[in-house]
Structure formats: C-alpha cells, structure tokens
Design a protein around this ligand. Structure first.
Ligand code: BES
Ligand code: MN
Ligand code: ZN
Length: 495
C-alpha cells in the first residue's frame, strides 16, 4: 500500500471510498458533521435508525450520497470517545480493512478524527491497515487475486498547517510497514528455502544499487580463522553452511560510532541432539526472526535515508541432530577465548550470538542491541504482548522502552543482577550454556552479558512476540517498529 495526505474539503474529494469515524453514542467529528450537512442530514438520519453502534472497527458502507463527491462513504466505528487514542484508530482500521478489501476499491481516503497532531493517528492507521492487508502466499500454487486490489490510502486534513507532519507520518509509517513486511516474509519462509545461504543472498539483494549499504558475508573458513568455536559448533550438525552476515549502513557522519543490531538467524531449530518434541516444531522456522528484524530495520533506514550509522550482524545457522553435531557435555572455545560446556544443545542461540557479539566489538559501537527468539521461558514470563528486555545500561534500556511505547511494539525489562550469574557455573569449563529452569530468560541474557562487557548493550528476547501460532499462524514483523523508532529518534528524525 502507498500512503499520502491531502488538504482538501472532505465534501469535494473525488475518491472511490471515503472513511469517516463515528464514536459510540454517535459522537462524531468535525469531518462527519461537514459531510452530514452536505448530505442534508442523511448521515445523522441513518445513525438514528440504530443499526450502527460505533464499536471499534464496525463499518457501514453508503453509496452515492447526494452532495458528496466520494462514490462511497464508510462510517467507521471508533469506540467510546473517552477511551479513544491513536491505538484505537489503528485497531479500528485493522478490523475494518477486510471489509474494504472485499469491495471493488483500489484506493481510500480517510478523514482524521479531530486531534491536535495527526502524526500518531497516521502512524497507527498505517500499521493497522498493513497488518490487515498482509498475505504470505509465495508458496501457494494458486492464489485468488481480488479484481481491484487495495493499493492506496490518503489521509485528509482540513488544516493546511498539519500537512507537513502528516506527510512525515506517512513516510515513517510506510517505511516501518515495509521493513516489517520484509521481516515477516523472511520469517514465514520455510526452513528448506530460507537457509543461511538464502539469508546471505537476501542481504546482497538488499544492498543492490544502494550506495549506503555494504554487505560482507563471512564463510565458515573465515569464522574458523576468527576462532568462532561456539557458532561453528552449532552449524557442525547441519549440512547447510553457516554464514555470518554483516550489513553496514552508512547514513551518518563519517567516523560517528554506529548502533549495532545483532539478530539471531537460526533458520531451523530442531534442538540438535537435545532434540525438541515434535509438537509445533514447524514453528522453529521462526528462530531467525531476530535476524529478519535486522534486515527489516535496515530496509527502513534505507527507505528513510536516516542520517545515522548502523551495523547489522546476523549469525545464520541451522541446529539439527547429526553424527557431527554438538553433544551434551561437549566443551567449545568461543571467539572471546572463554570456554563453554554445552549441557543442552537446544540452548544454541546464545552460542551463535556470543561469537557474533564478540565480532561486533570491532565496530566500536555506540550501543549494541541483540534481538533473538532466545527462550521459551520468556513466553511464560511475558506472554505474547511484550518482548523481554535486559541491558547492562539503564539509559539504553529506557531509550528502548520509550521507543517501544511510541511504536506500539512494547518491551518489559527483566533484571540482570549478578545473583543470577552463578546458575551458569560449570565444573569443567568457564561456564555452562544453560542455567536451570529458574529464570531461564535472565540466565540466557547473563550468558550473553559475558560477551558484551566492552559496550553498552541491550538484549531483546522476542520468543513471544515474533510470530503468532494457531489459525493465524504467521510472523509479526516485531520488533522492526521498535528498532526503527529507536534509530529515528537517535538521529532526531522524529520526536
Ligand atoms: N529457539 C528456542 C527458544 C524458543 C522456544 C522460542 C520456543 C520460542 C518458542 C531456543 O533455541 C531454545 O531452544 N531455548 C531453550 C533453552 C533451554 C534449553 C535452556 C528453551 O527455551 O527451551
Ligand atoms: Mn534451541
Ligand atoms: Zn533456538
């Protein structure tokens, strides 16, 4: 979808479909009143019939309303006026979009509810519509194509002074949505297509024709030279070679320190010799969603031409059982020199991330954020609403928390106290790769913290937020909105 904004009297706008919000108890907006007057009071008369309640996302489509240039008017329920926020607006549009897609409409116009600043309204509206129009049918042999696919939406304002900020909101919302779509597509691809090699190719594809993005892919022999014994130990059990994908986005000043995003790119996690149960194991194709979010965020940086330097690092590997795979009890030496006893081969994410984090030191990053579907325990702790956040720097943690709130892609911080570190003690190596059942999300972060001492670092555990299970199974694209918001704010492109 494409988005823009326009300053025009709502009654004169030529569009196949004009959407105007109505709250419960029929409290309406200036735009609604204007349209009602132009229609000779028709809209109010229809509301008085009582069929339309104004519940969030409810729709009523009207045709050929006299006095109004639009071919259709859609009344859109916005819920109770006192509870209304940009989030409700996004939710209403998300719920209404399937009905709009059913109609033979290629473009929409959307009246903005009365609000001092429509920026947040537009951002959430785009997020809501995009969430609803997303389809993943790359792997279906036959797809039903609508006669006229929905392609375009225009936000209408009656105040010229708002136009500039609304255009900005469109650009930001669009770039975030495109980045999230890339992350979703990569996540939804099955493990037999989306291999480490495929991800590396996608990185090259992202950089094609882009002056500001440089991609380097380290092969297993390069990793051997660097001493990445932990990462390589995971990929040893797989026939697909591991890749360490490095993407350098140079939008900022020369020499200004980059933000590093390190994303777990485990393209299929069977658990290795500590094999997982069969139930829902297919969902372990999503174990590269952290890496996918790095791709999506860099795509948004490119689209917005953000004036900032960002390095994306994605260790990509499979985790499978095999005669050559890690065995419980094996001891591996990481790039940092620290040794690890692999007590559970299913705790592989931290093994590939620790070497990627050590590698990241060479960029002298201003801050490092790693993103990983790291622990099932995080789903137990926070469910599917918030990603887990752990950090060695309070200001960075706050910055990320605020970005998550602004982008409606929230995180919740868990402690990283030293008390938890001793759960990683090993009798035979510097540390074990598991810390027992208690606080599994925190001990996983404790493990990573031993490789992040030289920089400001935050860890996002997205095990509960990267995809949804059940009938609507699919990747969410999170936390691309949070990460993009974080970067936009860092380089003062948004406030
Ligand atoms: N990729 C999984 C974590 C995961 C599991 C995310 C289910 C989302 C849903 C990770 O590699 C893993 O297997 N973690 C283990 C760690 C344990 C062995 C300490 C887990 O969470 O069970
Ligand atoms: Mn695992
Ligand atoms: Zn995993």
């Amino acid at each position: 979808m494409k988005y823009n904004s326009k300053h025009v009297p709502v009654t004169d706008l030529k569009t196949p479909c004009l959407i105007v919000g109505v709250h419960e108890r029929h409290r309406a907006s200036t735009a609604f009143d204007t349209l009602d007057q132009a229609s000779g009071g028709l809209l109010r008369r229809i509301l008085r019939k009582g069929d339309f309640h104004g519940r969030t996302g409810e729709t009523l489509m009207l045709y050929q309303v006299e006095g109004i240039a639009a071919a259709r008017i859609v009344l859109l329920g916005l819920g109770r006026q006192k509870d209304f926020s940009a989030l409700t607006f996004g939710e209403a549009l998300r719920k209404a979009t399937p009905a709009l897609k059913q109609a033979n409409i290629g473009s929409l116009a959307i009246c903005l509810p009365d609000d001092e600043d429509g920026y947040a309204l537009v951002r959430e509206a785009i997020a809501g519509i995009e969430a609803a129009v997303y389809r993943f049918d790359e792997c279906k042999s036959e797809v039903e194509k609508p006669r006229k696919p929905l392609r375009q939406a225009t936000f209408v304002t009656d105040d010229r002074r708002h136009l500039k900020r609304l255009q900005k909101a469109c650009a930001h919302g669009q770039a975030i949505a495109n980045g999230a779509r890339l992350a979703r597509d990569l996540g939804n691809l099955p493990g037999n297509i989306c291999t480490p090699t495929y991800l590396a190719e996608q990185a090259h594809k992202l950089a094609r024709g882009q002056r500001k993005l440089k991609v380097t892919v380290l092969e297993e022999k390069d990793m051997e030279k660097l001493g990445m014994g932990a990462l390589l130990s995971v990929s040893r059990g797989s026939r697909q070679p591991a890749k360490l994908i490095v993407m350098e986005y140079r939008g900022g000043k020369r020499g200004s320190k980059p933000v590093a995003l390190v994303g777990k790119g485990l393209t299929f996690d069977a658990g290795g010799i500590s094999i997982k149960p069969a139930q829902a194991m297919d969902e372990m194709k999503y174990d590269m969603c952290g890496g996918a979010s790095v791709f999506g965020t860099l795509a948004a940086c490119l689209e917005l031409d953000l004036p900032i330097n960002v390095v994306g690092v994605v260790p990509a590997s499979e985790n499978l059982p095999d005669g050559n795979a890690n065995k419980p009890g094996d001891i591996v030496t990481t790039m940092s020199g620290q040794t690890v006893e692999v007590l559970n081969t299913d705790a592989e994410g931290r093994l590939i991330l620790c070497d990627a984090l050590t590698y990241t030191e060479r960029f002298e990053p201003a801050a490092v954020i790693d993103i990983a579907t790291l622990t099932g325990a995080c789903i137990i702790a926070l469910g599917h609403h918030a990603s887990g956040l752990m950090a060695n720097d309070d200001r960075l943690a706050e910055e990320i928390t605020r970005a998550g709130e602004a982008a409606n892609d929230r995180v919740w911080r868990l402690p990283l106290w030293d008390d938890y570190q001793k759960q990683l003690d090993s009798n035979f190596a510097d540390m074990a790769n598991i810390g027992g059942r208690a606080a599994g999300t925190i001990t996983a972060a404790c493990f990573l913290s031993r490789f992040t001492k030289s920089f400001k670092w935050a860890h996002l555990d997205i095990a509960g937020t990267a995809w949804v299970s059940g009938n609507d199974k699919g990747a969410t694209g999170r936390p691309v909105p949070l990460l993009t918001q974080f970067l936009m704010k860092r380089c003062k492109v948004t406030d």
